[in-house]
Write a protein that binds this ligand. Structure first.
Ligand code: ADP
Ligand code: ZN
Length: 808
């Protein structure tokens, strides 16, 4: 320790929602192993927990409990990651312990048990030590410390530490049991395909549950764990056994956790094109790192460019992190990174076993692995000297964490890079407007052409209000043009991608004649239809009005929107194209998380003719044989009560369109919509991101929304609707009072019922805070979290979400 003074106490952040770390006394013999960032085992009530030391100092009080153990010879967290945790805690208004919990993999936390093992009886000093050692031997030479304490009838920590120092016992922490041990699990695997609906009718007859189980397995990529089928989806064991008896499926014992990337092919990188070489040069980092936007159209070869930038960091002796939106949906990117850097790559994914995850963390911390690929949380990889962070598809919403701390990986990457003088590369064909608005402060490197000078596919908008439809499709919007196009591609042996992003969260009013949708005059978001009482209501400011009987624009009778989802689409496709091999991908097809990766693999191997699903199929996939992309209904997200509805729609359509025509056969895109004149759609036809962004940015001034202002969302929820509304009003009043008293430049919008009015039995209301002064907003949020109404222990749950991405 500095100056040779041994600190008497340390502060320890525990993975609990408490606002401040606790102080603990440092017994001699442990103090020299403890530094900020080190793990320690401490008593918490009747338990032992692992925490992370944040500071050292003098004991603030006499009656502190003592640290029990310091398991790591070196601090687990580099000091800069501790600084980053503190930054996240401040910015996102989250307890430090929760920020650290989000950073450090679960297995390195947890309630642990201290285990003592007898080692060398000859080294035991006399007295109390001998007594404890004897008790340990009576317990078989190995015992959990608390068991030992019971055996001798008093605390044994100090004694055990002493015994450990002289080598008489070994002490180790044992992670608590985290559910069933690793090992085998039962997986139900389909063994016979019934691609056509007719066949399914014949095989299952009236055995509807068996058929449903079969279809759930099929949708999940052909297999699912027994647990998921029986407990998750509620199919009885008898139903699953019936599938087995009919030779449709079998039950396999599988090692529980296997590396889902173990057998993905590793891609050898091609040589850089001239445009890519120029881009690599332009991306050279400054001495402080800097932030670059790699703005390249879909298929322009961004991956190779940023991997060269990663290589540059590695060759300079530093480490790099490549973030991808969702790792199960981006197996190709992972394969490319591994093709580039070989076994030196740590792939952080959710199928790692606890031990593997802890090992990966250590291998990164020691510098054994210097390139890390992973989703959101990989931004915390403990590289000692970080040179470069890449966010691929930087506009993707999965970079935002859905629980406290509600961090955004882009924001965290920027903060971390500043602390470590690292470079950040944001890659996208459709950057987030937040990024685009800041482009003057970034190094913008553009790749305006596709690899091999392939053209972007032509995009055709089909107006669903007028275009001829296939009548048998009934509720499924299916035009004759799309029908012919799909048939033609299938006959040519090419692959088709169909997007139907149905999230039926909010019902809006749309005129069937002209397509007009009602919006709030003050908030410019779609008004939502409420039934009791029957009103149109704004989910931001709470304004309401009567439901109009006729359309304000054309006088036609208005009607509520009705939606068709992917399952109906599947039924239709199976009827219409009985010979086609279909694969569906959406949130419901998660038999195991990796079924998505398996489905994508099957598409790549040409075993699927039509891949259809939600936005999952739009994420950066590169399938050269996909020649037709169809958007079945482009309006599904256009009228959600969310100020980003247009931006999201543009990004989604542009991204899914970018999946077409990546091979020599070219491709085309057909987009079905009722709003062909909407800028989010009109600009996709010209592949015109910049035009769309200019227009949308202008619209964010009035009413003001990000990136023009900073936004925070406060959600209040409780089991009674009335109480939730009252709480929201009380919080809005309280915030208004603070804002006035301190003349803060913050505006309160709302409160209003949240568009998702009820989740898991809790009614939800929300309000928005907007400000042009991020510091003032941060100060208000921190003050509110300390002093505001509805703190911990209240029946009303209050959530603060800074820079919210989801406003439903
Ligand atoms: P983006 O991420 O910009 O959409 P990708 O990085 O996926 O584009 O590249 C598109 C396709 O072009 C991929 O199949 C990739 O292997 C290929 N590609 C990229 N660079 C080259 C190159 N220099 N020579 C040949 N093929 C390339
Ligand atoms: Zn409004």
């Amino acid at each position: 320790m500095a100056g040779g003074v041994i600190p008497a106490a340390c502060r320890v952040a525990l993975p609990l929602p408490v606002s401040q770390p606790y102080w603990y006394r440092l017994p001699p013999g442990i103090a020299d192993r403890v530094a900020p960032g080190a793990r320690v085992v401490v008593p918490v009530r009747a338990r032992e927990m692992i925490g992370i030391v944040t500071d050292l100092g003098d004991a603030p009080r006499e009656d502190l409990k003592s640290v029990l153990l310091a398991p790591d010879p070196n601090p687990l967290l580099p000091p800069r990651l501790l600084d980053l945790a503190a930054w996240i805690g401040r910015y996102y208004v989250a307890p430090l312990g929760l920020c650290l919990r989000a950073m450090v993999p679960g297995p390195l936390w947890g309630e642990s048990r201290l285990v003592a093992r007898a080692a060398d009886a000859g080294a035991v000093p006399g007295g109390a030590s001998a007594e404890v050692f004897a008790a340990l031997e009576r317990l078989g030479g190995r015992a959990v410390a608390t068991r030992l304490a019971r055996a001798v009838g008093r605390p044994v920590w100090d004694t055990l530490q002493r015994l450990a120092r002289v080598g008489a016992v070994h002490l180790e922490t044992e992670a608590p049991s985290l559910g069933p041990a690793a090992g085998a699990e039962r997986v139900v695997v389909l063994t016979r395909a019934l691609p056509s609906l007719l066949e399914r009718d014949r095989v299952f007859g009236r055995a509807a549950r068996q058929r449903a189980a079969y279809e759930a397995l099929d949708a999940a990529g052909g297999e699912a764990t027994w647990n998921h089928l029986v407990r998750g989806l509620g199919f009885g064991p008898a139903i699953v056994r019936a599938l087995v008896e009919r030779d449709l499926a079998e039950v396999q014992e599988r090692a529980r956790l296997r590396d889902p990337f173990a057998d993905t092919a590793v891609e050898r990188p091609p040589a850089l094109s001239a445009a890519q070489r120029d881009a690599v040069t332009a991306l050279a980092p400054g001495p402080e790192g800097g932030v670059a936007l790699l703005f390249g159209i879909t298929g322009s070869g961004k991956t190779l460019v940023y991997l060269e930038a990663v290589r540059r960091a590695v060759e300079a002796g530093r480490g790099a992190i490549v973030l991808v939106p969702e790792i199960a949906l981006t197996p190709q990117t992972v394969a490319r990174v591994r093709g580039f850097f070989g076994p030196g790559v740590a792939v952080l994914h959710s199928a790692l076993s606890d031990a593997e995850r802890a090992d990966a963390w250590r291998a990164i911390a020691t510098g054994e692995r210097r390139v890390v690929v992973g989703a959101r949380s990989a931004v915390f990889a403990p590289l000692a000297d970080l040179g470069c962070i890449v966010l691929d598809e930087e506009h993707d919403h999965s970079y935002k964490n859905g629980e406290a701390p509600r961090y955004h990986a882009r924001r965290v990457a920027l903060a971390r890079a500043r602390l470590e003088h690292a470079q950040v590369i944001l890659a996208s064909a459709t950057p987030a407007l937040e990024t685009w608005a800041a482009r003057d402060r970034l190094t913008v490197v553009a790749l305006p052409e596709r690899i091999g000078a392939r053209p972007l596919p032509p995009v055709r908008l089909l107006d669903l209000r007028e275009a001829a439809r296939v009548p048998e499709a009934r509720a499924v919007p299916w035009t004759v043009v799309l029908d012919d196009a799909v048939r033609g591609r299938l006959e040519a042996g090419e692959q088709v991608l169909l997007l139907l992003n149905r999230r039926g969260h909010a019902h809006f009013l749309q005129c069937t004649g002209c397509g007009l949708v009602w919006e709030c005059g003050a908030c410019s978001i779609t008004l939502t239809v409420h039934r009791t009482p029957a009103r149109l209501r704004c989910h931001y400011c709470g304004a309401e009005r009567d439901i109009p009987a006729t359309c304000a624009a054309c006088g036609h009778d208005t009607q509520r929107s009705r939606g068709v989802g992917t399952q109906q689409l599947e039924q239709w496709l199976a009827t219409r194209f009985p010979a086609a091999r279909l694969a569906r991908m959406d949130a419901d097809t998660t038999g195991t998380k990796w079924s998505h990766a398996r489905i994508l693999d099957a598409v790549r191997r040409g075993e699927v003719d039509v891949l259809f699903g939600t936005q999952m199929i739009a994420k950066g996939l590169d399938f050269p044989n996909v020649t037709l992309v169809g958007v079945v209904d482009a309006d599904t997200g256009l009228h959600l009560p969310d100020f980003r509805a247009a931006e999201r729609t543009f990004q989604l359509i542009a991204q899914v369109a970018g999946r077409a025509g990546r091979g020599p056969r070219g491709g085309e895109v057909i987009v079905q919509t009722r709003a062909p004149a909407h800028p989010a759609l009109a600009h996709t036809v010209r592949h015109d991101f910049e035009g769309f962004a200019a227009r949308e940015l202008a619209a964010r001034h009035s009413p003001p929304y990000p990136p023009v202002v900073d936004l925070a969302r406060v959600v209040l929820s409780t089991t009674s609707e009335r109480a939730a509304a009252d709480a929201a009003v009380a919080v809005a009043d309280w915030l208004g009072g603070v804002i006035r008293a301190r003349s803060l430049p913050v505006e309160v919008v709302g409160p209003a019922p949240a568009p998702l009015a009820r989740i898991k039995g809790r009614w939800r209301w929300h309000l928005l805070l907007r400000s042009r002064d991020p510091r003032g907003l941060g100060a208000l949020l921190r003050y509110a979290s300390r002093r505001g109404p509805y703190g911990r222990g209240s029946a009303v749950r209050l959530i603060v979400d800074r820079d919210p991405v989801n406003l439903l």
